[in-house]
Design a binder for this molecule. Structure first.
Ligand code: 23J
Ligand code: MN
Length: 272
């Protein structure tokens, strides 16, 4: 090891010792960014002429301290990969289908723990359910909070998690289709150019409700996965995260050839 390697290792050891202390004394808090996962979890509804939907979540009891298992309780699940708070892997989209490290079992796990930027769009989204985050708005956010760096997550805060116990409100579908906020194609391209590892939202998917009708259909999915980046959807409690400075832990199950997975996303944040 060179002298600078030795120094880097000593610094990393100190960093983890400090983190351990901060977790134990409560000065770093763990925020739960996942919604409850069960039969009532809202699920995506696609136009029937376009696609088949993900099935409703089912929980089946195997035993409950009874004749089927006297000393234990356990269940089995029927669960789509893209259910509830979940991670989108690059191979979820046709544009990312050839990445050998693009499934839940092959992604480098280093990506599952990363710094996170939280862009507050809650007011805009409350005023306009079809609100789209633009490059201009992200640049203004960076001027205020600091640049978005390579390897970081960008999350769109809309406070949409307040609706996640009511599928109708969460999907907000009218005669004209689903109306939930999202991001423009140009803005996603800007963020990919910045080197983000992924983009996450508090709505049912990484794209806006109306994204099926956009010039590039589902631009967040199309462009993120084309560039081997990840998505997160149905995140909760982003109002408890700072704009910058938190660490996001979002690790999908190691499903073989999985295109995504429910995640118990967690954020490490400085105590208020
Ligand atoms: C399939 C088709 C369209 C969309 C999605 C899935 C998702 O949002 C998802 O869960 O990845 S928009
Ligand atoms: Mn998904």
């Amino acid at each position: 090891m060179t002298a600078s390697d030795t120094l880097a290792k000593a610094t990393a050891t100190d960093t983890l010792a400090n983190l351990a202390g901060s977790l134990l004394d409560g000065s770093v808090k763990v925020v739960d960014c996942a919604a409850p996962l069960g039969p009532d979890t809202p699920l995506l509804k696609l136009p029937p002429e376009l696609a088949v939907d993900t099935p409703k979540i089912e929980v089946h009891e195997i035993s409950r301290y009874d004749n089927n298992g006297p000393f234990w309780a356990w269940n089995w699940l029927k669960l789509g990969e893209h259910s509830g708070t979940h991670f989108d892997a690059p191979q979820h989209w046709v544009t990312g289908k050839d990445y050998p490290d693009g499934t839940t079992d092959t992604i480098n796990p280093q990506a599952f723990v990363a710094p996170v930027n939280v862009i507050d769009c809650s007011k805009e989204s409350a005023g306009d359910n079809d609100f789209l985050l633009t490059t201009e708005r992200v640049k203004a956010w960076e001027a205020e909070h600091g640049e978005i760096r390579e390897g970081e997550w960008v999350l769109m805060r809309t406070d949409w998690d307040q609706f996640n116990t009511d599928e109708d409100k969460f999907l907000n579908t009218t005669e004209t289709g689903p109306h939930t906020p999202g991001v423009t194609a140009e803005c996603i391209e800007y963020l990919i150019g910045k080197g983000i590892i992924g983009w996450g939202t508090q709505c049912i998917g990484t794209d806006a409700g109306m994204a099926a009708t956009f010039e590039i259909p589902f631009p967040a999915h199309n462009l993120l996965h084309k560039h081997n980046r990840y998505g997160l959807a149905s995140l909760t409690n982003l109002d408890l995260l700072p704009a910058k400075g938190a660490i996001l832990i979002a690790n999908p199950l190691k499903i073989v050839k999985g295109t995504g997975s429910p995640v118990r996303a967690l954020a490490l944040v400085p105590a208020a």
